[in-house]
Design a binder for this molecule. Structure first.
Ligand code: NAD
Ligand code: GLY
Length: 373
């Protein structure tokens, strides 16, 4: 007999913007019932993409129908290009033509791309309608569906047009992760490892002991990892919802990671892979600053390697960075988090399970650690 896995609840406490995240096997098939407890049925907009729709669309549509919703399903292209104002406009058209009003929920079924786009539409259609996230990638379950950052891209940069707009509900079904490409699972795992490194040494040790179960992937292990990650992110977001200070610790690995993504034209790396390289490099910077023990940086790098994630710049890029394009890369680091007076801002670990924001990292330290391996 198949054991039914229990559902774990994590609450994001933000006064009138508070919401639950439920994590558990089979949740996608109960989406309608959960939504019906928040709104009285009627019109809804389900945003997804062709790949995710073919895997999980029918299950979610059926559950919405059974709960009394008349949902319009909108398919957006698969890939980052869907996060555009042009695609958002098509969704506004569909919502309006489908008779959605200010009470009608927008539901995101997919990875971070679908979640960010649908959230942006929910935040702006009729000045804001209820938003629910059904994240189907590991990255979306542990990061993008939690915390209310929603956005589309501008031709000049990623996530330039957006808002802080919290969902009413997040349902994370670990069963959905069984169909993910292994590369996508690993990319999401980089963010999971990040949470251990910045906020919970016990969770980091659990990941060291259970990595193979996550990579298998075993739904129970995944559910535990997702829940622990969401708890950590929820706590940080509760302290600093709009990133005035503490929320920036979530950027560990991201300053170098974002620069690496931009430097390689967003074509070479999944976001999580670039963040893995970023964490390894930034951990070395923290060691060089004298704020993080070397043995912990070695431990972090070892776990990233075991997860099949990259931890150093590839040879071609190393050649570029030594052959005169270093300033270009440093400029990208500055753009990410505004350098002041030749110093750079980084979120760095100070011990395993704790990170702080440093606004005074000298350029020499970055230069002498960028290409170490
Ligand atoms: P994605 O949404 O492009 O999904 C990755 C791939 O997996 C896609 O091809 C998708 O169709 C496919 N997929 C989704 N679910 C699947 C499933 N269950 N089985 C098989 N395939 C599936 O990428 P992502 O990594 O989930 O998200 C990246 C986006 O998230 C970026 O746009 C990034 O800016 C954003 N993001 C936002 C936040 C935030 O706080 N809002 C945080 C981190 C990242
Ligand atoms: N992904 C970082 C944040 O939500 O703040």
């Amino acid at each position: 007999m198949e054991m039914k896995q229990r559902t774990i609840a994590v609450f994001v406490n933000l006064a009138e913007r508070s919401y639950p995240i439920y994590i558990g096997s089979g949740l996608l098939a109960t989406a309608g019932r959960h939504l019906a407890s928040l709104s009285p049925g009627g019109r809804a907009l389900l945003v997804t993409n062709p790949k995710v729709r073919s895997l999980y669309g029918e299950k979610v549509e059926k559950s919405l129908r059974e709960a009394g919703f008349q949902a319009v399903t909108a398919e957006v292209p698969d890939g980052e290009e869907a996060k555009s104002l042009a695609v958002a406009e098509k969704l506004y058209d569909l919502a309006y033509a489908g008779g959605l009003d200010r009470q009608s929920p927008v539901i995101a079924l997919g990875g971070g791309v679908v979640g960010d786009l649908a959230g942006f539409v929910a935040a702006t259609y009729m000045r804001g309608v209820p938003f629910t996230q059904l994240p189907t990638t590991l990255l979306a379950q542990v990061d993008s569906s939690v915390g209310g950052k929603v956005a589309v891209n501008h031709p000049r940069g990623k996530n330039i047009i957006g808002a802080f707009y919290q969902p009413k509900l997040v349902l994370a079904d670990p069963d959905a992760l069984s169909t993910l490409e292994p590369r996508e699972l690993k990319a999401g795992l980089a963010e999971v490892i990040k949470y251990g490194a910045i906020a919970d040494a016990g969770f980091f040790a659990w990941l060291e002991a259970n990595l193979e179960k996550i990579l298998a992937p075993e739904p129970e292990a995944l559910a535990h990892a997702v829940a622990a990650s969401c708890r950590i992110k929820a706590q940080v977001v509760e302290e600093d919802e709009t990133e005035q200070g503490r929320r920036a610790i979530l950027n560990f690995g991201h300053t170098v990671g974002h620069a690496l993504e931009a430097f390689t034209g967003y074509a070479a790396y999944r976001h999580g892979e670039a963040v893995a390289v970023g964490m390894a490099v930034e951990a070395r910077i923290a060691v060089a600053m004298g704020v993080f023990p070397k043995e912990e940086a070695v431990r972090l790098e070892a776990l990233l390697r075991r997860a099949g994630l990259p931890v150093a710049f590839p040879a071609a890029l190393r050649r570029d960075l030594t052959a005169g394009r270093r300033d270009e890369f440093l400029a990208l680091l500055q753009r990410d988090k505004k350098a002041r007076g030749g110093k750079y801002t980084f979120a760095l670990p100070v011990k395993m399970g704790r990170a702080e924001v440093f606004r005074d990292v000298p350029e020499e330290i970055i230069n002498s650690n960028l290409l170490l391996r």
